[in-house]
Design a protein around this ligand. Sequence first.
Ligand code: PGA
Length: 217
Amino acid sequence: MKYIIANWKSNKVLSDATDWVEKVGPQLTKNEEVTTIVCPPSLYLEEISKAVQVLGSDLKVGSQNISAFPFGSYTGEETAEMVKQFGDYSIVGHSERRKNFAETDEIVGDKVTRALEAGLIPIFCVQDEQTPIPEGVTIVAYEPVFAIGTGTPDTPQNANEVCMNIVSTHPDCVVLYGGSVTAENAKQFLAQEYISGLLIGKASLDPEEFVKIVEFA
Ligand code: PGA
């Protein structure tokens, strides 16, 4: 199974978001070997999940983040239960959240706990083999900071080695690669033995480019 995940980050107004789903959704052929997931801003989760249903598309939906807390007095937060109404996945521990929102290993660990309690599958981001991976995580994304949004990806060989090392210490996990993946380089990453998919930021914004990457998988 390969996972191809679109992480839009803080991009797109709602009409562009639904437009993307209308373009990408019908082009995904039913395929047991590939799981395609879109992670829009949380504000659009309901609309996106409805659009996916209307299209009868195979596209899965996830959030880019969830609260570390359960329901309660946490102004501005979206809990895992809220997200679960509209999708099955959540990215947890992205380096942009660690850097810009001061998320620590402890906080991201709490988020994994909340996700699992709510029945959401966490897509857990690590920067290298040293990042602690909480119990219960089954999908890991290796995203070296130097490669995120820079146009300079890791080499497929090195990424494969890191993914292999993570799998060897976490045999229950599949490991994806993320960081400056494009339609040009995706094939090389997907050809690596230990890379079980891709987490894609910038190149996922364009529906055509994203579909090309899914087709390689
Ligand atoms: P990028 O982002 O593809 O724009 O480098 C990847 C990510 O941060 O998930």
